[in-house]
Design a protein around this ligand. Structure first.
Ligand SMILES: *[C@@H]1O[C@H](CO)[C@@H](O)[C@H](O)[C@H]1NC(C)=O
Ligand SMILES: *[C@@H]1O[C@H](CO)[C@@H](O)[C@H](O)[C@H]1NC(C)=O
Ligand SMILES: *[C@@H]1O[C@H](CO)[C@@H](O)[C@H](O)[C@H]1NC(C)=O
Ligand SMILES: *[C@@H]1O[C@H](CO)[C@@H](O)[C@H](O)[C@H]1NC(C)=O
Ligand SMILES: *[C@@H]1O[C@H](CO)[C@@H](O)[C@H](O)[C@H]1NC(C)=O
Ligand SMILES: *[C@@H]1O[C@H](CO)[C@@H](O)[C@H](O)[C@H]1NC(C)=O
Length: 940
């Protein structure tokens, strides 16, 4: 909506010579836009912060410092090098949902985040050691709070008792790399369900009671209004390297669903006396155990047990009975060689078994003779070479089977017998050289098959027959791959990897009618026969890695003749030139990522501009390593919906001064990462833009460097080059200020529109608003006839000659009421405000121009302001230029298309020799009259 409005505004600005009615209609369309515009807060770039919308950054977040979110959150800010918290936060937009801060802030003061009332996630990596009691005041929606400190362990944190109590929606709190030695009796909010105290210095579980008294039933929380039944979803105490003791009654009365003790030396037997009432899931990853913890499992009747990265080399039969309640067990990375024969029968509830990264090979032997309910089995990375016939016959309920990273070389139907419920099969990165015909026939329910990383040279659709609803297919080979039809008819997603080439053999018909996602990774994608055509009528996501842009070469591309629904295109070419990249076939494209292409040494004629012109719906554009060299406004012309622009890994990049015309409609988010600029003053607008541009968040210019020439390795920071070598750019400042003013002026233009009744009410509202804004009452008529703009050097002429002639009372003269800044502005009044206001209250503006004036930044600005007036309230006689000396009119051209708006009679040349005062005054009078008439036509 917002960008759309900008576009409207801009088009309105340059709407040339449209009849007045049409223009007023246009203004009416603008009205709602402007309202939203003026009500929106002005959010500017925050140094060292990325501000972003995660929904625009999906699959692009690795380019910028991201704030990892929980699902459902979008607006985030991630700031690094924070030293002065209030200063950093001042430039962060108020409506963010997630905030990640990294830096050095030892003390968190009261009300540190009060401005961010919609914050739901807060991650602090600030080395904080003291938190004021009211630090989190006002965070009524906060759900996730974490304190993190990365090595060396650990910082001491002082957290006052009731700091967290006001966080009524707090769901998870996490301390990592912190000791809470100095804190005591911290009141946890009643809503809390995840408590993490990782990499800390706990030695005994008992210490938790002192820290968080309301975890146990022994202590009823004094401030809690409701009766407290201590309950936690997850208690994570991983990586407490000295946590070895539990202590009797340490967790008395607590109901806990999941306890994580990864990387601790805790003796879990102690948990039996801890007073813990209920436990469902226990994680003991990397704790050095070498036998199954039967007693805890049996005592709590655990449902899930994670024993990854331990030393359980074999499972003894006598351990099994105590495991009968388990539904999930993870035994990955344990050097396990065999499952005991009674395993499945002893675990009748088992649904998920993770045996990844063990040593169950070379021949798989699974317990037989008991029909298990297992649904998910992970056997990846087990050095398996052979799957015996009927290896899985005891697992008729299996839905997911993971076998990637083994040494399986051949597969036939006998290997997979009995898996009638199997939905997902992962056989990627094996040594598969042969697929026997009908090998998938025992798997009628299969929907997802992964055979990436095979050694196959051909894959035929006939190999894939058997499953009736295969919809997700990944296939690839380390060799050249020929793929033959028929394709599974209901394919929704397809991924093909084959270096160096993949040959698609095409038959008649439309094999990819429903395909939504396609990923191709190959240097050469070839259609056979060459003149065949494939259609992808439903394709929405396309990812290409390593292919040549030829795949898009229209008009003769048969690979993608049309992609009518494509929304996302991620295209990384193999460092080829961008010739032949034509995206006109993707009219609905919203997200475009282009990488590893060369637009500079481009042999063909395709420019980025031409590519982008074909995708006007684009909202997200990420450009990485394209050797662009120069960006100008023409590159982005027509991308009115663009919300995010990202430039990565560019070298020697120039940002043309024409880009500043785009500022009002710049995308909301502009990110630079690893971009080296050219040191040139052409880009001097960039500094003020990046720090002051309205409604655009710019990230990454602060650390960008620039190079004077190819052999300049001095690593000059771009912004410091611009500020030290390029004169302060008044044009830009003027532009920004006048951009703001023009909005206000356009609103006032709107007020002068025709007499539609419903407009009346709105107009009233607007008048009230506008005058309230300006702090004045409604105006009756013009205060002045002429506002005179001139520069200091021409002041003498203006005061001595022009003013007396115009102000001379009738009958001898005109008796015009003039406004002269030097004379009529109040002392101490802001000149910019006063200028704008005086122009507004003058019937016409007269600019006295000389070469000197054109060089003066101030005159420049006044001229620009006057132009905006003219644009905002179109009509004759709003602006008159008086030339004191002959000036090439083209010099005016740079003043924002001023010349387009002026007519011949708007210029007066004052011959050097003398002034024809009578003629001049006569004409001026006519113009003023016309201005008056215009006004009467239009006023209510
Ligand atoms: C986006 O990223 C996810 C996770 O990294 C990946 O599974 C998915 O294939 C990617 N999608 C595209 C279109 O690249
Ligand atoms: C915090 O307390 C633990 C156990 O009481 C102790 O081992 C550790 O040294 C203390 N840390 C500091 C920094 O005082
Ligand atoms: C098994 O465990 C490994 C290591 O944690 C993990 O990467 C993998 O996803 C797990 N397998 C399944 C099926 O969850
Ligand atoms: C499995 O294959 C890998 C890679 O080819 C090889 O290094 C390894 O020795 C093989 N293992 C067995 C048990 O064959
Ligand atoms: C296609 O990819 C997108 C993005 O990775 C994903 O959200 C979507 O579920 C995928 N669709 C299918 C049918 O796999
Ligand atoms: C930074 O960009 C240059 C090209 O401009 C590229 O060669 C280099 O690999 C990039 N560095 C990183 C870390 O991406």
């Amino acid at each position: 909506m917002f960008i759309g409005c900008d576009t409207l505004i801009i088009s309105a600005l340059f709407l040339e010579a449209a009849p007045r009615m049409k223009r007023c209609l246009f203004s009416t369309l603008l009205l709602p836009c402007m309202m939203s515009f003026s009500l929106r807060s002005w959010a500017w770039t925050a140094p060292d912060c990325t501000v972003g919308d995660a929904s625009l950054l999906s699959n692009l977040s690795f380019y910028v410092p991201f704030c990892s979110l929980v699902p459902g959150l979008h607006l985030f800010a991630s700031c690094s090098n924070v030293k002065d918290l209030p200063q950093t936060l001042a430039s962060v937009p108020r409506d963010i949902e997630a905030l990640c801060l990294q830096g050095t802030v030892p003390i968190l003061p009261d009300d540190a985040f009060g401005l961010f009332s919609s914050l739901q996630l807060l991650r602090l990596q600030l080395g904080t050691t003291k938190v004021a009691a009211g630090a989190f005041q006002g965070l009524h929606q906060l759900q996730h709070l974490s304190f993190e400190h990365h090595a060396p362990c650990c910082l001491n944190l002082f957290l006052p008792q009731d700091t967290l109590e006001s966080l009524r929606f707090l769901n998870s709190i996490s301390f990592q790399g912190y000791c809470l030695n100095y804190s005591q009796s911290i009141q946890l909010p009643i809503s809390l369900s995840h408590l993490t105290l990782k990499h800390s210095c706990l030695t005994e579980l008992q210490e938790l009671q002192k820290l968080f008294p309301n975890l146990g039933s022994g202590f009823s929380p004094t401030h809690s209004p409701r009766p407290w039944s201590p309950f936690l979803e997850v208690l994570d105490l991983s990586s407490n390297l000295h946590l070895s003791q539990v202590g009797v009654g340490a967790l008395k009365g607590l109901h806990l669903r999941s306890l994580r003790l990864d990387g601790t030396p805790l003796n879990t037997t102690g948990l039996l006396d801890s007073g813990l009432l209920h436990l469902d899931s226990l994680s003991l990853v990397h704790t050095g155990v070498n036998k199954l913890p039967g007693n805890v499992t049996g005592y709590f009747e655990l449902g899930a047990l994670d024993l990854g990265r331990n030393q359980i080399q074999n499972i003894k039969d006598e351990d099994l009975p105590s495991l009968h309640s388990l539904e999930v067990i993870s035994l990955y990375a344990n050097s396990l060689q065999l499952l005991p024969p009674g395993f499945f029968s002893a675990l009748p509830q088992l649904q998920r078994l993770n045996l990844s990264m063990n040593k169950l090979g070379p021949t798989l032997v699974l317990p037989q003779g008991w029909s298990s309910n297992l649904k998910v089995l992970d056997l990846s990375h087990n050095e398996l070479c052979t799957l015996p016939h009927g290896a899985f016959s005891s697992l008729p309920q299996l839905q997911e089977l993971w076998l990637s990273g083994n040494n399986i070389s051949s597969l036939s139907s006998e290997n997979l017998e009995g898996l009638r419920q199997l939905k997902s099969l992962d056989l990627s990165w094996n040594q598969i050289k042969v697929l026997k015909p009908g090998w998938l026939s025992p798997l009628p329910a299969l929907t997802s098959l992964n055979i990436l990383g095979t050694y196959l040279e051909t894959i035929s659709g006939r190999h894939l027959q058997g499953p009736r609803k295969l919809s997700h297919l990944q296939l690839g080979s380390v060799a050249m791959l020929d793929i033959y039809p028929p394709w599974p008819p209901e394919l929704l997603s397809l991924e093909v990897w084959a270096q160096p080439s993949v040959f698609f053999h095409v038959a008649n018909g439309e094999p990819f009618l429903f395909l939504e996602n396609l990923t191709l990774q190959s240097s050469n994608v070839v259609l056979v026969p060459f003149n065949a055509t494939i259609h992808f009528p439903s394709l929405r996501h396309l990812t290409l890695r390593g292919c040549s842009p030829f795949i898009f070469s229209s008009p003769d591309s048969r690979f993608f003749p049309q992609l009518p629904l494509l929304e996302h295109l991620h295209f990384w070419s193999g460092h080829e030139d961008a010739e032949n990249l034509h995206l006109s076939i993707t009219p609905k494209l919203r997200v475009l990522e282009l990488g590893d292409m060369d637009f500079f040494y481009n042999l063909g004629s395709v420019t980025l501009e031409e590519v982008l012109k074909e995708v006007p719906q684009l909202q997200v554009l990420a450009l990485s390593h394209l050797n662009l060299r120069n960006l100008s406004i023409s590159t982005f012309r027509g991308l009115g919906l663009l919300r995010l622009l990202l430039l990565n890994s560019e070298w020697d990049l120039g940002l043309d001064s024409s880009l500043q015309e785009m500022i009002p409609q710049m995308p909301e988010y502009v990110y630079f990462s690893n971009v080296t600029f050219i040191c040139q003053c052409e880009s001097s607008w960039v500094g003020p833009w990046a720090t002051g541009a309205p409604n655009t968040f710019v990230y990454g210019l602060g650390d960008s460097i620039c190079m004077a020439n190819a052999s300049d390795y001095s690593k000059t920071p771009l912004l410091s080059f611009l500020s030290s070598h390029c004169a302060h750019d008044p044009n830009f400042q003027g532009f920004l200020i006048s951009f703001i003013l023009v909005l206000l002026l356009m609103i006032s233009a709107l007020l002068g529109c025709p007499k539609w009744p419903w407009l009346r009410q709105l107009r009233k509202l607007f008048y009230a608003w506008w005058w309230k804004l300006c702090g004045r009452g409604p105006r009756s008529a013009f205060r002045y006839d002429v506002f005179i703009s001139y520069c200091e050097q021409d002041q003498a002429w203006v005061l001595d000659k022009l003013v007396p002639a115009l102000e001379k009372p009738p009958p001898a003269g005109e008796g015009l009421r003039l406004c002269l800044p030097e004379r009529d502005f109040g002392i101490g009044q802001d000149r910019m405000d006063a200028t704008a206001a005086s122009m507004e209250s003058s019937r016409t503006t007269l600019c006295v121009l000389s070469c000197q004036a054109l060089r003066s930044p101030w005159c420049n600005l006044e001229l620009r302001l006057a132009t905006y007036h003219l644009v905002a309230r179109p009509g004759a006689a709003r602006l008159t230029l008086l030339f004191l000396e002959p000036i090439d009119r083209r010099q005016l051209h740079s003043y924002h298309r001023l010349t387009r708006w002026l007519q011949k009679e708007d210029y007066f040349d004052v011959p050097q020799a003398g002034v024809q005062w009578d003629d001049f005054c006569e004409q001026l009078r006519k113009r003023l009259k016309r201005a008056e008439q215009e006004r009467e036509d239009c006023v209510l």
